[in-house]
Design a protein around this ligand. Structure first.
Ligand SMILES: CC(C)(COP(=O)(O)OP(=O)(O)OC[C@H]1O[C@@H](n2cnc3c(N)ncnc32)[C@H](O)[C@@H]1OP(=O)(O)O)[C@@H](O)C(=O)NCCC(=O)NCCS
Length: 341
């Protein structure tokens, strides 16, 4: 096998297709009910990062490709953000247990160290081979979330309408897609700051701070990666504060399944049913704005009972555990010192 550092921003279209084929093969084996990915905006998805972040990518090919393009054996990335490195490694099913994963892991750990980063994290899907792989390499289990799925065919839309209408007086709700108006950015950033103060959560979505500027670039980044944002927010009329918000993105790579990102209700406005009303309104808006959509997926801490209750009422069903593991890049490179560079 041959490891090659790879730049998805400049790679020929044919190589992007090979990446896609490898990813979809793994998806079919490990998460057979997930929609396969397509090529739309794939280059942007794989190459664009938030300002201040950097992503390194590698591919593993067969030694002798006969001069042409052969299917990939595995792909890997290291995303550097906020003083840590987030690893993602996928090996095609027929090439597993032959050291491809180790080769990619060694490349990522060595690069992290070279860039001065020791803390490594990875999101591991419960019930897949990745659990054994990372535990075998000394990764420690840090945190667990549950992925839940909502099949839009099962939604009781009348009930949802009642839930969405249940906004207490003194608040109004707005829906935006593609971005946010300038006038609301500061208040929105302030509400998002609450989320930052209550980690942990999705590794890639954990910023150091929120500001209108950061939000602007975050929305621009989402769009450049093919992730179309939809936002529902509640404004507290007398103060102008954003009391709560919920965000969904519809990825161009798999537009039938949306990702529910943050749902935040500022602590001052807890207990008013805002989270429930916002999420219900979001689904109603998505039905009109994204008619191809079939499912919405969301991740939440298993101990977050309040959110769990809202999700249950909306019809979300628990699907897979998503575990976050971490490791020290220095220890890992020592453990993998036998892997050729
Ligand atoms: C996890 C993964 C990257 C491992 O890749 P791999 O190339 O098979 O790993 P390696 O051959 O380098 O394995 C190195 C060591 O890890 C451990 N390991 C790997 N897979 C294992 C498994 N299924 N069971 C037990 N141990 C395992 C073993 O110790 C192995 O060494 P050994 O084969 O000498 O016993 C691969 O299984 C994978 O891509 N899984 C996909 C998971 C996923 O996230 N899918 C959904 C999104 S597409």
């Amino acid at each position: 096998m041959r490891l090659r550092e790879w730049d998805p921003g400049l790679a020929p279209e044919a190589e992007l297709r090979l990446w896609l084929d490898a990813y979809n093969e793994a998806l079919t084996a490990d998460l057979p009910h997930d929609p396969l990915w397509g090529m739309t905006s794939l280059r942007g998805y794989l190459s664009v990062t938030m300002p201040g972040q950097r992503r390194f990518s590698w591919i593993v090919e067969e030694d002798d490709t006969g001069g042409g393009t052969a299917p990939l054996l595995g792909v890997g990335t290291l995303l550097l953000l906020e003083g840590m490195g987030v690893i993602e490694i996928v090996v095609v099913p027929k090439a597993r247990r032959q050291g491809v994963g180790r080769t990619l892991l060694a490349a990522a750990a060595r690069r992290a160290l070279r860039e001065g980063i020791r803390q490594l994290g990875v999101e591991v899907i419960g019930g897949t081979t990745a659990v054994d792989f990372y535990e075998q390499h000394g990764f420690r289990w840090a945190y667990v979330e549950m992925r839940s799925l909502l099949d839009l065919r099962t939604v009781d839309w009348d009930h949802l309408r009642d839930m969405a209408d249940g906004v207490v007086t003194g608040y109004y709700v707005e829906y935006h897609q593609g971005g946010l108006p300038e006038s609301i950015l500061n208040a929105y950033a302030e509400a998002k700051e609450q989320r930052r103060l209550t980690p942990p959560g999705d590794l890639e979505l954990r910023p150091s701070s929120y500001s209108a500027d950061r939000l602007r670039s975050s929305i621009a980044t989402l769009r450049a990666r093919g992730l179309h944002p939809h936002i529902v927010l509640a404004v507290h009329e007398s103060t102008g504060w954003v009391a709560g918000l919920t965000e969904v993105v519809v990825p161009a790579q798999h537009p039938t399944r949306a990702d529910q990102y943050d749902t935040i209700v500022r602590p001052e406005f807890n207990g008013l049913g805002l989270g429930r009303a916002l999420k219900a309104r979001m689904l109603l808006e998505l039905r009109d704005a994204e008619p191809q959509l079939r499912e919405v997926q969301t991740w939440h801490a298993t101990e977050n009972e309040q959110l769990q209750q809202v999700n249950d009422e909306l019809g979300f069903r628990a699907d897979h555990e998503w575990r976050e593991y971490d490791a020290d890049a220095d220890e890992l490179t020592k453990l993998l010192s036998d892997v050729p560079t």
